[in-house]
Design a protein around this ligand. Structure first.
Ligand code: PA5
Length: 450
């Protein structure tokens, strides 16, 4: 059975195998907290058994809903932010033709676009302008049902859809994914009679990609969500035991904590395949929101190579030695492309004529790894057999499980995010939201003083 794997041999120039093994017993305790709900934040462990708990009935419902949207829409806008956006975006980008948006028919209809992940006025204007002659549908996703960014986008797009189609028909083109009972979106969905899916109380946003939050947009984009879940099930089983030799999540979690203890405060997730750019964004949210608290935590960054070797490459090779890298290495590319010979050879490239582009890319990857390790940047490597649904399912679950273990190793609650409330409070005060009168007064006084 092909599977993703983790190789840590290139960290041993910085930490010894004994330093990683020293975390085995704490790692086993951390895994126990994740598996048995004995740690802080245990109310949010619904994702742990989620792959095996996913029923055929739920998958059938998601696929039937996706098929209905695919039949009636040429464009579907998935509205959401953070965990209600990044997982679907990451998987769709990883599986899509790089130019599908310019090539109608390559992956069929509909195109999946995203909104509510920013408050860009131009973005929203241009999106609405694009949609004005489209047969579009909406998947609106918010666990809390009260997040400002997606609420603004939904208000705009709902009004547009109703204007273009009439309220009755618009209703059939909107699907809401939210809490079972609470929140403004649940109330609205019930009042309007939208098709809905539930985000379980015990699954936090950043751990929700394998719920309808991620699965519905991925299915609408035409990808195989059963294979995605199958891959996650495989990884759920592979990461159940407390042996880093067989549990890749434990190995990764322990190694990154050993590196952190050795002063490596920044982890850079590196890819050599542009399709993985948004996987890096998803991973940053998962680890950033889970670990960055109590004034602790590895700072998660990401680069796309070889593109970024021509920008961040200098810093990584030669800058402050507080970083380590985790390289996502894809074994097999989807297509083959050989570099042609050229009689004139003016560009001097005939020495690689006949080689596959992927071989050159692999040599860039290997050469970079060796150079970075020589330069004092320890490297871990996560090998992915291919960019296919099953392996992405494995990869998602692998990182989720490792994140829970790693957070407990760091002695933080990996499942809350108290720090994201501070900006909201200020923004609501500045916008004079009802209920924030005292904050408004205080913030105005503070700004006047400044
Ligand atoms: O991981 C999280 O909990 C957050 O990033 C949320 O996903 C994000 O804030 C969106 O929240 P909601 O789905 O409630 O709109």
């Amino acid at each position: 059975m092909k599977t993703i794997s983790v190789d840590i041999k290139d960290v041993f120039s910085t930490v010894t195998p004994a330093a990683v093994e020293a975390l085995d017993s704490k790692g086993a305790e951390a895994l126990d907290k994740v598996m048995n709900g004995t740690g802080e934040g245990s109310d949010f462990l619904g994702w742990v058994n989620l792959p095996t708990d996913t029923t055929d009935a739920l998958l059938d419902d998601i696929i039937a809903t996706a098929d209905r949207l695919r039949a009636t829409c040429d464009t579907v806008v998935a509205i959401g932010i953070g965990g209600s956006y990044l997982g679907a975006k990451a998987v769709i980008e990883a599986l899509s033709d790089s130019f599908s948006s310019l090539r109608p028919g390559v992956q069929g209809e509909p195109k999946v676009l995203f909104a509510g992940q920013n408050i860009g006025e131009d973005y929203l204007y241009e999106l609405q302008d694009y949609l004005k002659d489209k047969r579009f549908g909406i998947i609106v996703i918010s666990k809390s049902g009260t997040t400002t960014e997606p609420a603004i986008a939904f208000r705009l797009l709902k009004e547009q859809l109703e204007r273009q189609l009439g309220k009755e028909e618009a209703r059939n083109r909107i699907v809401a994914i939210t809490d079972a009972k609470r929140g403004a979106l649940r109330t609205l969905a019930t009042e309007e009679g939208y098709k809905t899916f539930v985000i379980a109380d015990n699954v936090g946003g950043r751990f929700s990609v394998l719920t309808p939050v991620g699965l519905l947009p991925i299915a609408v984009a035409g990808f195989d969500i059963r294979a995605l879940i199958d891959g996650a099930v495989e990884m759920e089983k592979a990461t159940a035991t407390a042996d880093p030799a067989t549990n890749p999540s434990m190995l990764y979690a322990e190694t990154r904590n050993a590196l952190y203890q050795a002063g490596k405060k920044i982890e850079i997730l590196v890819n050599y395949n542009p399709k993985l750019h948004f996987f890096g964004e998803w991973w940053k949210q998962l680890y950033g929101e889970s670990e960055g608290k109590d004034h602790k935590g590895i700072f998660p960054a990401a680069v796309d190579n070889s593109t970024d070797l021509h920008s961040m490459g200098q810093w990584i090779q030669d800058g402050e030695r507080t970083i380590f890298e985790t390289v996502l290495s894809v074994e097999e590319s989807r297509y083959t492309k050989e570099i042609p010979a050229d009689e004139a050879n003016l560009d001097g490239l005939n020495y690689i004529a006949g080689m596959r582009v992927d071989h050159v890319n692999k040599m860039a990857e290997l050469g970079t790894r060796l150079a970075h390790v020589d330069g004092g940047v320890p490297n871990m490597r996560v090998t992915i057999p291919a960019l296919e649904e099953k392996y992405l399912g494995q990869l998602i679950y692998f990182f989720e499980k490792a994140c829970g273990i790693s957070g407990y190793l760091l002695e933080v609650n990996p499942f809350n995010q108290p720090g994201v409330e501070a900006y909201k409070r200020n923004m609501f005060a500045l916008l004079e939201k009802p209920g924030y009168e005292k904050d408004t007064e205080a913030i105005k006084a503070r700004l006047e003083k400044n």
